[in-house]
Design a protein. Structure first.
Length: 307
């Protein structure tokens, strides 16, 4: 029995080492790309510092609990109530400007991709379905796969999406029947091919390790219908002082990649950048100056026969 257990442990160790090697490999490719631009990415959390992404992704103390601690954080009702304020980390006031800018960006991106009319969407790491309810459904989504691994949030999502409300001048709610609420975590999501026109992933890709991020994008690529797009909207450093940094959040186990780091990973995915926009920092859609800048990317892949 104990020998059997040891074998299982050994198998798990091998798997963990393979995963670490895959992340280090991707991180080293990012580092090589950015070295040409004179950037050396350094990282820190509240308790530790790393000289490079590849050093960070070898850190067993983070790797071992990377996904389990994240889900434990998001499922903790005291830390994360199942409300807009909860999923926005206490920043409910960001919802209105975020929604206005996202509606605009979705319209521009779909137009640039040649899309019009009703569309099939996936809302990845959806929390309680804030983006589904406030952005995707009112803008013509005929169906939305709402993906959320944290049980507490997923169980609250159907009632939240269905509750009628008016958000930023648009009537929302009453359309949970168009949604499927699925538990899939991004790193395990295995979508069918050619299912979606729009895959929206907001404030979540920092939960993925580098190699899982690339594999996630590859699966998104095959899950898109011809002309389909992936939208990534996330925190990212923008200035010269933050572009060569990454920050690791010890509480929710996520990595905030600076703009250069994030864009290098997008480039490695082979994606074409259809359009990008910074969440305004002035005017009525502005986010406060003391939070991370937030940027949206619309990605597509030219049809090169990859399925
Ligand atoms: N996109 C939503 C929620 C953002 S909060 C919105 O903009 O309102 C971040 C979300 O990511 C949480 O719902 C959390 O449960 C989810 N998450 C964390 N790790 C994840 C993973 N590995 N796969 C999918 N979702 C994850």
């Amino acid at each position: 029995m104990s020998a059997h257990l040891r074998n299982d442990d050994a198998a798990a160790d091998v798997e963990r080492n393979d995963e670490a090697a895959a992340d280090v490999d991707v991180a080293k490719r990012v580092e090589a790309m950015l070295r040409h631009e004179g950037l050396n990415l350094k990282g820190s959390s509240d308790t530790q510092a790393w000289a490079s992404p590849s050093e960070f992704w070898q850190d067993a103390s983070y790797r071992k609990t990377w996904y389990t601690k994240a889900i434990a954080y998001w499922e903790n009702n005291e830390e994360v109530p199942t409300t807009v304020d909860g999923v926005l980390g206490g920043f409910a006031s960001l919802d209105a400007p975020d929604v206005r800018a996202s509606r605009r960006f979705l319209g521009e991106a779909r137009k640039a991709a040649g899309q019009s009319g009703a569309f099939a969407a996936a809302d990845v790491a959806a929390g309680i379905g804030r983006v589904t309810k406030h952005v995707l459904l009112p803008f013509g989504a005929a169906s939305v796969d709402v993906l959320e691994p944290a049980r507490t949030l997923r169980e609250a999502a159907c009632a939240f999406v269905d509750a009628q409300d008016t958000v930023e001048g648009v009537e929302v709610g009453g359309s949970a029947a168009k949604c499927r609420f699925l538990a899939a975590p991004m790193q395990d999501w295995a979508p069918p091919s050619q299912k979606y026109d729009v895959i929206w992933a907001q404030w979540c890709v920092g939960h993925l390790t580098d190699s899982h991020f690339l594999r996630f994008l590859r699966r998104c690529r095959t899950a898109l219908k011809p002309g389909g797009i992936v939208v990534i909207k996330d925190n990212c450093g923008e200035s010269s002082s933050t572009d060569d940094c990454f920050e690791v959040d010890d509480a929710d186990r996520s990595i905030c990649r600076g703009r250069a780091y994030l864009e290098a990973l997008l480039a490695l995915s082979g994606a074409e950048l259809l359009c990008t926009a910074l969440q305004p920092v002035a005017g009525e859609d502005a986010f406060p100056a003391d939070i991370y800048p937030v940027r949206s990317y619309a990605l597509r892949w030219v049809d090169d026969g990859v399925t």
